[in-house]
Design a protein around this ligand. Structure first.
Ligand code: ATP
Length: 198
């Protein structure tokens, strides 16, 4: 099977994530997309991140009963910082013979230099990347990030959705509407649980 993997903080999950996952599923003919909320948010230490149980529950509500999207709590269950490369290696063991596609926005790709063991990471999975309004990096620019990266990137076509979790948190805090930027079930959960100080 061709298996998509979408990791994120999902604080909260929104329609940008859903469209990315769905377009990647369609374009790459993925049998399944695994959604992996991050555990210990060690790279977002500058701000408070909602408890994992809330972020997991919001992803569960967002993906609903779709058989093609599946929640994985692999990263939540692991103690301490989780590295994408370790997660992909664990998924490789869990799904032997499957071809892995790691889904991400280009902003996250720019972090690639900060990732642990990028060479191993790109050996474990193809990176399925969506630009978020900015120009796509050229193959030469990709290879400057990590040698050989351009051969391991495939681009996902999707409409530019200027939606970010940051904006959702700000809107929630200000008591503004979250309608149409995240599924209703997620907006309701945020309100009921009083996440983000709304
Ligand atoms: P924040 O605003 O808190 O930084 P975020 O909206 O970028 O969060 P994450 O959970 O960090 O959400 O993102 C998970 C993955 O989804 C990342 O690879 C990110 O680039 C991608 N992504 C998030 N929003 C979009 C969007 N609107 N379009 C395309 N990709 C997106």
């Amino acid at each position: 099977m061709r298996l998509g993997v979408l990791g994120g903080t999902f604080d909260p999950v929104h329609h940008g994530h859903l469209v990315l996952a769905e377009r990647a599923r369609e374009q790459l003919k993925l049998g399944k997309v695994l959604w992996l909320p991050a555990g210990d948010p060690w790279r977002k230490a500058d701000r408070q991140v909602a408890a994992a149980k809330h972020r997991v529950e919001m992803v569960r509500r967002a993906i609903g009963g779709s058989g093609e999207f599946e929640l994985s709590t692999l990263e939540i269950e692991r103690e301490g910082p989780t590295y994408t490369v370790d997660t992909l290696a664990a998924l490789g063991d869990q799904y032997p013979g499957d071809e892995l596609f790691f889904l991400l926005g280009q902003d996250a790709l720019e972090d690639v230099l900060n990732w642990r063991d990028p060479e191993r990471l790109i050996a474990l999975a193809t990176l399925a990347v969506a630009a978020r309004g900015e120009e796509r990096r050229s193959p030469a620019a990709l290879d400057r990030l990590v040698p050989g990266l351009s051969g391991r990137v495939t681009w996902i076509e999707m409409p530019h959705l200027e939606i970010s979790a940051t904006e959702l948190r700000q809107r929630a805090a200000a008591g503004q509407s979250l309608r149409y930027v995240t599924p209703d079930a997620v907006a309701t959960y945020i309100r009921e649980q009083r996440l983000y100080g709304g």
